[in-house]
Design a protein around this ligand. Sequence first.
Ligand code: FAD
Length: 387
Amino acid sequence: MDFDLTQEQRQILEYGDLVAQKFDRKYWMDCADKHVFPEALYQQVADDGFVGTMVPEEYGGAGQGMVEMHLFLEGLSNNGIPLLNLVVGAAMSLGFIAKYGSEAQKQRYLPDACKGKTRFCFAITEPDAGTNTIRTATMATRRGNRFALNGQKTFITDADGADHALVVARTTPHGETAKKTDGFTLFVVDMKAKGLQKQYIPVSIPAPETQWQLFFDDVDLGPEDIVGEIDKGFGILFKSLNPERILVGSICCGLGRYALNRAVDYVKERKVFNNVPIGAYQGLQHPLASARTDVEMASLMTLKAAWFFDEGGEAGEFANMAKLAAADAGIKAVDTAVQCHGGNGFTREYGIFDIYPFVRLLKTAPLNREMILNYIGEHVMGLPRSY
Ligand SMILES: Cc1cc2nc3c(=O)[nH]c(=O)nc-3n(C[C@H](O)[C@H](O)[C@H](O)COP(=O)(O)OP(=O)(O)OC[C@H]3O[C@@H](n4cnc5c(N)ncnc54)[C@H](O)[C@@H]3O)c2cc1C
């Protein structure tokens, strides 16, 4: 057994330190304040080959796995620059097409996306169905050999900047399938398609990517837009949600570390009693040490989940545990960092409290803490289902 990273993996983890010399937290926050996508950072990351981390080399990617994607995102987040599009677009959508798309889809979408010329968003959540994906009502109805897409999605990250959306729709209505998980199909939808409208959702989270509702009114789709098999999308979809959970873990661990590093720098300097730095007080030192331990434990579980995924194992158990542990650890780390900064923890100048909404979001999305615990209770521990 070997816990050490290879030299290449270490470089991937440290890439965030390098890119942050040019595009730092301040740049990311400026973009967040203006609600503009950090194009220059994204292009740099694409030019350096990271948008296509999980895409095979023949389609313009780096041909690497979840471990590398995790290290890359954790490294960026260690520097306070988490890019949500790299989860919903680069990993979820591109990784998905690379794995389950047709040859024509791979040729058509992957090379441009890896170069940063085009972006994807991922659309599963609906206002009424919420966490219960089975209640998905967005319907792609057959019209000859084509489909008409009707329905609504909500909280779709980066939908205004994305060129394409990977959309989860029903092709057979709820209640008309042999199995309740049948009847789902995944489509690539052109974001400029006739009949697609967007509505901005203001949220109280500093992030450059914005949130949107999507409305589909008879959007025309063809067989060439289907990813995977008709009516059988659920199985592959759920396998693909593990990467999302793992990468949310990577971001939470990175942001937790970023907040703690900032706090450590602060408490080493700040003196309020007897010319002793406040970092010497165990009232601050122990919470910092405890938060750091939680972050490192969560990071280890995230790495394990990523490794297991790459090995082709059923990664659900570890991916869910990683997401659970990392979201809690990230929140605790940021809260501790705020406390260490006293009043300055709440100022825009120090920017510590600004990290909180982002890590807090990741306790609720992409899958809320309770559903993660339900998964662990039912699928790992064999407890009865309650809902
Ligand atoms: C900023 C942001 C970005 C997002 N980006 C995307 C995106 O790009 N694409 C996308 O498709 N979606 C996206 N989402 C949607 C997100 O995944 C959902 O908001 C989330 O999954 C929760 O669904 P919901 O809001 O409908 O909550 P609901 O389903 O209404 O649940 C509300 C609460 O009830 C509790 N709960 C629900 N069911 C159970 C249960 N069975 N047992 C115990 N407790 C339960 C949980 O505490 C949950 O938080 C985003 C959301 C936000 C806020």
